[in-house]
Design a protein around this ligand. Sequence first.
Ligand code: PHE
Length: 334
Amino acid sequence: MEKQLEELKQTFSEELLLLHSPDDIEPMRVKYLGRKGALTSILRLMGSLDPKDRPRMGSLSNALKVYMEEALADKLEGLRRGSVFKGIDVTLPGRAPSKGCVHIINQVVSELEEIFLSLGFNIASGPEVEDDYHNFEALNIPEHHPARDMQDTFYFSNDVLLRTHTSPVQIRVMEKSGLPVRIIAPGKVYRCDSDVSHTPMFHQIEGLWVEKGITFRHLKGVLYEFIHTLFGHDIPLRLRPSFFPFTEPSAEVDMGCIICKGKGCRVCKNSGWLEILGCGMVDPEVYTYVDIDPGSVTGFAFGLGVERVAMLKYGIDDIRMFFDNDLRFLRQFS
Ligand code: PHE
């Protein structure tokens, strides 16, 4: 009889799990606990038991009866609340998983990459932890240059540092792949600097095109096309002479201030112009570091700050906003 009680408990529990409506509870109760129910029929056998076994069987079957009654009541309550699980109300509205989005800086990087890919450039990359040779020496940056100062560069040791610009990728690409080279290299760069327009880490995109017959006109054509695609074809542009140790001649490209349309404002410091990138023809001296005969090719290089482009494009006046991780700011670009 004990075995029968156990089997009955088992089938009862399994059957209970399958009920899905409060209306199923009463028929189930009748089936097990009713006058002709399964438990009742087992209890009828009590009389045939050895009298000394009767008390134990009596209390076992009573416990099963209580168990069944409670289980049925619980189940009924659960089904009435619309829940099959104790303690979980599945009728409550769900919490939607929150969706992330691509960081605004990465969105701008992708947009800039698209433009250069369409102009025939490939994408290259290099390490953020650089050596002095690639970051400075091979780029013709002399020993006394202020960029080499501890105050501007994060050093790990005398020779190892966080790259201060993406220009070392120029050297790495020319060392490795044969000519011609037509690459852009987007990435993080680091300088010991912090205020409204400087953060210790920011992003640059380097560009390098080295091939027989490349002239300053190619430089101007590519860079003007790039800026016009980005900011619109009616934006005025100008090339202003400048200096970089690894380009000769060097220039900076200015575009008419998009905030005041050239009238003069705080952003353009009343000049009507905004500096957007640095560029120049690769200094022949640089070729000698990468075993290219300086007489055999010419090329141009440029470097631009991604945050600066993003600030101008979206009218953001504090570069630190990009890295504060304030979701109220970041979500505006999702
Ligand atoms: N590397 C320079 C900088 O960080 C930018 C640059 C790159 C200028 C390539 C000329 C050519 O300021």
